[in-house]
Write a protein that binds this ligand. Sequence first.
Ligand code: NAD
Ligand code: MG
Length: 391
Amino acid sequence: MQGICLLGATGSIGQSTLDVIAKHPDKFVLISASANESVEKMADICRRFKPQRVVMGSQKACDELALKCKDLVISIEWGEEALDSIASDSAVDQVMAAIMGFAGLKPTLAGIRAGKRILLANKESLVTAGKLFMDEVARHDVMLLPIDSEHNAIFQSLPQDKKGAHKQDVSKVILTASGGPFRTWGLKDMSQVTPEQACKHPNWSMGQKISIDSASLMNKGLELIEACWLFGITPDDVEVVVHPESIVHSMVSYLDGSVIAQMGNPDMKIPIAYGMSWPNRIETNVSSLDLVNIARLNFEVPDLERFPNLKLAADAWFMGGTAMAVLNAANEIAVDAFLNRQIGFLDIARVNEKVLSTANITAVNALDDVFEADGYSRRLAMNMISRGVFA
Ligand code: NAD
Ligand code: MG
């Protein structure tokens, strides 16, 4: 029986993880769960799964949840220290890192330092802390399973040792991208899109922030950096290919000309179940792939002019140091401003570009450097947005 700590339980990945746990009660038990503010959803989770410990994002959410769950025996806490504590609890074997954004970094690191298997959905934590994150994984000899569907596909398509690419055999990694809802749109129309349109992903049902990132291709940019850290490669080793059907989740190309791909219907329960059960496989409720019905798989080159975020991410990788934390923070602020209708859709990439080119990029020697860069970049982005000086 594997004890699960589910960080970000009320989100989209959280829900899919709960579905996998519910399907395999003989294999997994929810030990603890966290959410920011969603009291109602968390109360439902508490009733269904009866975790021992729950952590909310504020005292208010904590008190409200305690009131709703007063008939249950659950320890309900709030705040950052409590989050770290559930991720490192001795009853936990696996930590599902599914908090949205940079906020997920600290508890994910707590899980790593406690030697838990890390199921990494929260790409922003690896993108921002990069080498420090991977060093901690190595130091604590932790099994890091990528949950992002593309990285999970690459992991499944890599050679046997499954810990990383054998660079002498691999010629490149082919990272697929759906292209998002505006794949075929012109710039003029893209400048007018609403948050509702941007959140409507053609193939995946996801949280708001990653949906916007998918529409702006920043998600692919973050995933490019994520792949570099995970598999010890650089953006020069990665080819991003737009694949609108989201059936081929990514591929690994080998020196002999072989290409190994992982395919499946677009449902996050597949990579989640794989991560939780690795090195075995378990059933999910996902319908099997009907290739005859799909009939055609299309592939195209990404348009960096309409989607400059992808190039910005590669630039940030080559700049190194705090550049990736700076870009990520600017993007979190810009996406928030777009969702609040303060800026237009195309302004997201403009803010990101302006912050990345203005910010002072320094080396990352300690985690504090990452937190400092994150805070600095957020202030810079907010300032630019409030003054309208990013175009
Ligand atoms: P979501 O918005 O649906 O859920 C986010 C969860 O994190 C919620 O439980 C929320 O309460 C919690 N949360 C948000 N802000 C928080 C904060 N400041 N402190 C503590 N908790 C906070 O997001 P999601 O779509 O489930 O994505 C979660 C992560 O997984 C993201 O990093 C995303 O990039 C990654 N991911 C998601 C998908 C997907 O299909 N949804 C696929 C690949 C990777
Ligand atoms: Mg992905």
